[in-house]
Design a binder for this molecule. Sequence first.
Ligand code: SF4
Length: 269
Amino acid sequence: MPTSHPPSRLDLTADCARCHALCCVLLPYRRAGGFGADKAGGVPCHHLRTDDRCEIHADLTELGWPSCVTFDCFGAGQQVTQVTYAGASWRDAAGEGELGEMAAVLSAMRRVHEMLLHLDEVAERSPDPAAEALAQRLRVLRDATPVEILTTDLDELQDECGGLLTAASARLRDPAGPDLAHADLAGQDLRGRDLHSASLRGALLIGVDLRDVVLDQADLLGADLRGADLRGADLTSALFLTGPQLAGARTDERTRAPARVSAPTGRPD
Ligand code: SF4
């Protein structure tokens, strides 16, 4: 198998200046999802300027587009723009067919990058040869052609990745931690709960009160933290937390996030 250099943390973070606003054009969005309007995939957002910048960037949340602020492609946008399509813009696409292909590649690349992000955390916190082998296969895939990317079974890779993340989580967490995986805790006041080493994987944490709670070694993979109150919370050693999760929550200057995680800021104006 050919080798490929590990992407740096920056490669796994959206760099909109090196992208042709792919998410604003290729992906569909709905008003109900926090986007301020309904749009089909392949149609440019009506706020997109001709220089591929957003005309309402400074006021996205106030104008009803909070999901633009929390969206993060994990660096897939610049990878698809700069590598997969060698700098070509969606504006160069011949028609709906090519735009559709780019959209599918962007969605696939985002899944690949998200897996790489989590496997990078495993490599840093609890190295595992099997996780490194999968990361290497994903690095090769991210540099592949559109056809190769689109004909790869990503569900299978994601299942494999999920198993490796579960194993890493078990190695890193205290087994006495509560198992709240996929629990529906929406709206609850969790300030009195001991969440040390909790498995909160896939949990519904919309609007929960976690003020000043210590979430050390808590597994937050895929947890829905929209509107969660994390003011003063300590997530320094939480597992598999991502920027979009953090951006969707309420935080303040006392909220402590893992050094590897920063909230996305949306596309530049
Ligand atoms: S967030 Fe959107 S504009 Fe920014 S790099 Fe990703 S796909 Fe491109």
